[in-house]
Design a protein around this ligand. Structure first.
Ligand SMILES: [Zn+2]
Length: 389
């Protein structure tokens, strides 16, 4: 069934399963077995990369300046609207394969580069197809409120989502065509304000979606307080969270999904990870893979979390496994090596697991195997021949 049968000391397990024949035995002497990594925040379905904007950003342009100059998300939306479903699926599939090779076995995947109903549904169908056909766990998120589409006000966009997009999603869920898990809104000054965010999230919750949204990133918006009040499963970013927001999230068991790659690449203020941890917030990590922050690698995200967010390596690993699974409402079956949970592992070619964080960008040489539901879905062809030192 792809689930873990037993966990324990080698001699105990050997006795328990003596006489049992196995399809596959992996010798892990001198290696470490870790739970598969969980990436709690990605935007992986899009067309048209934004490599040209990187130079602008390096020259000092801010996210909002590029956005207002017609670049940024509008550029991606335009290209994604034009792309065929097949084109989007093919690039998405390769990105998922790259995520798996970097150790991710469960990833959250958002729509949000369509903004109109037709393209949002196209993106969600692409995600659904990968869910059905690929050996990787996917939690899908409707993010139609990622940006206000050109020609609409935020209120008009909010009404369109509530009156047209969400009823369609409900219908497709009932017919079994698309199974969306979460609802997301970019709650930000000049995008969706607190009131529009509240209306969209509540309407999503009413059709059975988990609330998991972007908040308090560029400006303090009281998104954390709103999320705690609405019973959000998770809130992402939180660079500008208030002290009251931290207390509210801790009390509500609402996970904070921190995205150290974005804060690093956009040179934002870092989210107050230490304060959150000290106050008892469930801290998770995500790569935020998107055309603006091109990073698939959870080992690199963990490294940045340690260096820039001042998390310990143990905290970073928990944030990239069990806590990230919690942020997706899936910690009952994912995120740790326990009997009865899904058999998702990575095996690394090092005697201490901390090498995965310590060797910045070294995961390609370190990860020997990635296993999903007990099935080997990636093995490093150079394993055994290449030193990881
Ligand atoms: Zn994001």
């Amino acid at each position: 069934d792809g689930c873990i049968k037993a966990v324990g000391q080698a001699d105990v397990i050997r006795n328990q399963f003596s006489g049992v024949t196995f399809e596959n035995i992996i010798d892990c002497s001198g290696k470490c077995v870790l739970p598969g990594l969980v990436d709690a925040h990605t935007h992986p379905v899009w067309a048209g990369d934004r490599v040209h904007e990187f130079a602008m950003k390096l020259a000092g342009a801010s996210y909002m300046e590029i956005h207002q100059a017609g670049g940024g998300i509008h550029f991606t939306v335009e290209h994604t609207q034009k792309a065929t479903e097949e084109e989007l699926f093919n690039t998405f599939k390769h990105r998922l394969e790259r995520m798996r090779r970097a150790g991710s076995t469960l990833v959250e995947c958002k729509s949000g580069y369509g903004l109109n109903l037709e393209t949002e549904l196209k993106m969600l169908r692409v995600i659904e197809r990968a869910k059905q056909s690929m050996d990787i766990g996917i939690s899908s998120t409707y993010c139609g409120a990622h940006s206000v589409p050109k020609g609409k006000t935020a209120t008009e966009a909010t009404d369109d989502i509530i009156n047209n997009h969400l009823p369609k999603l409900k219908e497709l869920k009932l017919s079994g065509e698309i199974h969306v898990n979460n609802i997301d809104v970019f709650c930000e000054k000049g995008v969706f304000d607190l009131e529009s965010t509240r209306r969209i999230l509540q309407a999503g919750k009413d059709i059975g979606l988990q609330i998991n949204f972007h908040g308090d990133e560029l400006h303090p918006m009281k998104s954390a307080e709103l999320g705690a009040e609405l019973g959000a499963q998770a809130i992402s970013h939180l660079e500008e969270i208030s002290d009251e927001g931290i207390t509210a999230m801790a009390r509500a068991n609402c996970a904070a999904v921190l995205l150290p790659t974005t804060a690093y690449m956009l040179r934002l203020k870092q989210p107050p990870a230490r304060k959150m941890l000290e106050e008892g917030v469930i801290v998770a990590l995500g790569s935020d893979f998107n055309p603006n922050a091109y990073c698939f690698s959870m080992p690199m995200v963990m490294h940045l979390a340690c260096v820039n967010l001042k998390m310990s390596m143990n905290e970073a690993l928990a944030a990239a496994t069990i806590n990230a699974a919690y942020a997706l409402g899936k910690s009952d079956m994912h995120g740790s090596i326990e009997t009865g949970k899904q058999g998702d592992f990575i095996i690394i070619n090092a005697p201490r697991w901390e090498h995965l964080i310590y060797q910045f960008g070294g995961h390609e040489a370190l990860i020997d195997y990635v296993i999903v539901k007990g099935k080997i879905i990636y093995q490093n062809e150079r394993r055994g021949t290449m030193s990881s030192y």
